[in-house]
Design a protein around this ligand. Structure first.
Ligand code: PLP
Length: 400
């Protein structure tokens, strides 16, 4: 339809949102569906954070705020970066937006020009390539594989850089694979970037606090201080503090870039929700001990799911370092017919038949740029996960 913008015709709707919606519709129609498609913690927002929001309402903190965040939240973010990441940012180097998603969006809109290239390791979070396209630039996909732990090698990164490369979008622990880069693995990449001073780094650290078995999270500007002047360190409260609906994300970066992002925000959403900003101040400055307790619950679920999936014929599931996703290969299931008589030629066929015949909603790997895989979110109860894995096993055992 010509009325719509040409840019939008290059963009797909989010497949993860689509799967969640389909699962919801099947449930509303009376089907017994276990939804493992969504990327949000099933835990509730901690009470101290909710109380801080209520207190903010009662104090009348219900008006427009400074476009990219109240001073109290910017200071709490500076303190967080210093305490947890060894990074020194001044409040003028901080931007707060409506979720990590808007932070990334603002940064891309503020910097991209036609012809620019943005490196995105695959499998990737679904929104990166489409946001880059909305900015009129070209996503350049850098492939990884199950064999390399879904991590980009220094050689692959080096080979993908051209004079047009503007950004590398880096995400560890990763959505959709859960892969986390060790300090050594990340240093190999930052060494490459040090040789290409025109390439900036947008690091998406949303899953920082969801890491297991002693995995030591690190972020590019910390591992290579030489990259600090061209790194945007993005984080948020959505995943760690179970605050997906509050919509608060933030970033630290060079002041000029932050000012440009502020301009985008001031002409789009004006400011993130005032009440949520006060809730985020409490999240970042209040008690942090529940983070470890929740991470331990996620670790147990990860182990449960990985063990159960590896018992399914045709499925291979590596053990990820973090986040709350696993990204098993279903290569051994292709070329078969499902118990309900559907041909399984792709990971999308697998995910569709699994939902329709066994009532388990997962997202197919093609959506994240690496097939044949499925992404399973284990942010669900152990009972639901046990039942879902039993259904997946029965489904796989029925493939002929
Ligand atoms: N980055 C990654 C890797 C994510 O998985 C998500 C959410 O799914 C986001 C960013 C966006 O987070 P927010 O809900 O704060 O916008």
């Amino acid at each position: 339809m010509t009325f719509l913008s040409e840019t939008l015709s290059r963009v797909k709707p989010s497949p993860t949102v689509a799967v969640t919606q389909l699962a919801r519709e099947l449930r509303a129609a009376g089907r017994d569906v276990i939804a493992l498609g969504a990327g949000e913690p099933d835990f509730d927002t901690p009470d101290n954070i909710k109380r801080a929001a209520i207190a903010a309402i009662e104090r009348g903190e219900t008006k427009y705020t400074a476009p990219d965040g109240i001073p109290e939240l910017k200071q709490a973010i500076c303190d967080k970066f210093s305490r947890e990441n060894g990074l020194t940012y001044a409040p003028a180097q901080i931007s707060v937006s409506t979720g990590g998603k808007q932070v990334l969006y603002n940064a891309l809109m503020a910097t991209l020009n036609p012809g620019d290239e943005v490196l995105i390791p695959a499998p990737y979070w679904v929104s990166y390539p489409d946001m880059v396209r909305m900015g009129g630039a070209e996503p350049v996909i850098v492939e990884t594989s199950l064999e390399t732990g879904f991590k980009v090698s220094a050689e692959a990164l080096e080979a993908a850089i051209t004079p047009r490369t503007k950004w590398l979008i880096f995400n560890s622990p990763s959505n959709p694979t859960g892969a986390g880069y060790s300090r050594g693995e990340l240093k190999a990449l930052t060494d490459v970037l040090m040789r290409h001073p025109h390439v900036w780094v947008m690091t998406d650290d949303m899953y920082e606090h969801l890491a297991y078995d002693g995995f030591a999270f690190c972020t590019p500007a910390e591992v290579e201080p030489g990259l600090y002047p061209r790194t945007l360190t993005v984080n948020g409260v959505s995943k760690a503090y179970a605050m997906t609906g509050w919509r608060i994300g933030y970033a630290g970066g060079p002041e000029d870039l932050i000012a440009a992002m502020r301009k985008v925000q001031s002409q789009s959403t004006t400011n993130p929700c005032s009440i949520s900003q006060w809730a985020a101040v409490e999240a970042l400055t209040g008690p942090q001990d529940f983070l470890a307790t929740r991470a331990e619950a996620f670790r147990r679920r990860r182990d449960l799911v990985v063990d159960a999936l590896n018992a399914c014929p045709g499925v291979t599931c590596p053990l990820p370092e973090g986040a709350f996703y696993v990204y098993p290969s279903v290569a051994g299931c292709l070329g078969t017919t499902s118990p309900g008589g559907k041909r399984i030629e792709t990971d999308e066929d697998f995910a569709t038949a699994l939902l329709e015949e066994s009532g388990v909603a997962v997202v197919f790997g093609a959506a994240f740029g690496l097939s044949p895989h499925i992404r399973i979110s284990y942010a669900a109860s152990e009972e639901a996960l046990t039942e879902a894995c039993a259904r997946i096993r029965t489904f796989c055992e029925g493939l002929v």
